[in-house]
Ligand binder design. Structure first.
Ligand SMILES: Cc1cc2nc3c(=O)[nH]c(=O)nc-3n(C[C@H](O)[C@H](O)[C@H](O)COP(=O)(O)O)c2cc1C
Length: 211
């Protein structure tokens, strides 16, 4: 009789805890795995990048842009889709000095060069990894075109750049000003020459940054 009473009391306790919204262990387990499933289902990632071939600082003439190399590594690591920002009218010179002049002029004019394509189904992405080379201690102006073309509400931005000395050039703040709606994380800043010549070290930098 005593045993039956104890069992009844234990059952009553479990039911009353559940009724108060306190999770039992079984419920907790179920809820946390459900959360992971939900996050995985809705947490699509997109790596967006701008990058140039041709003559670049410290690396000579390159066939694959420094930032593109890093973008592909990140996309592979996090399982993201990719989108390359390609200019609608690609008038960028293939020699370094001439490219520097055009980039400076765009910056002086606060230009917004047009982008060739649009991201399909941008709304379906939660995490946006944004990659760019540092141009005159800033993002290339076409990256501002990108940032101003989409609604970033509810998204998180993870910026990464390649450079040859300026590191991130304070671009985290510049992106945050351009996109006030979305939190902007710390910038991963990689040397362009490392992207070409020291891929193992870049992979390590990516891992550290992602962690
Ligand atoms: C127009 C232009 C301006 C640049 N300005 C800077 C700069 O201010 N600071 C810096 O560290 N590197 C600068 N660089 C070097 C690039 O950031 C670096 O080479 C980068 O890795 C190029 O990436 P990409 O191959 O993806 O285009 C500049 C390069 C160009 C072409």
């Amino acid at each position: 009789m005593k045993k039956a009473l104890a069992l009844l009391m234990a059952l009553a306790l479990i039911f009353s805890l559940a009724a108060c919204g306190v999770k039992t262990d079984t419920q907790k387990e179920k809820t946390s795995s459900e959360t992971e499933e939900t996050a995985a289902a809705s947490g699509k990632s997109l790596v967006v990048y701008f990058s140039r071939t041709g003559e670049q600082d410290k690396v000579g003439v390159i066939e694959k842009g420094n930032t593109k190399i890093v973008a592909e590594m990140i996309a592979e690591k996090v399982g993201a889709d990719t989108f390359e920002i390609v200019p609608k009218n690609d008038n960028y010179p293939m020699t370094f000095d001439a490219l520097c002049d055009v980039a400076k002029e765009e910056q002086n004019n606060n230009a917004r060069p047009e982008i060739k394509d649009i991201v399909k189904d941008f709304d379906s992405y939660d995490k946006i990894y944004l990659g760019y080379p540092i141009w005159w201690a800033d993002l290339p102006m076409i990256c501002y075109t990108f940032l101003e073309s989409y609604d970033f509400d509810g998204k998180i931005i993870f910026p990464f750049c390649t450079h040859e000395g300026s590191a991130d050039a304070n671009t985290q703040k510049k992106i945050q000003v351009a996109v006030p709606k979305a939190p902007v994380n710390k910038v991963l800043a990689v040397r362009g020459q490392d992207a070409q010549n020291d891929k193992d070290s870049v992979k390590k930098q990516i891992e550290d940054w992602l962690n």
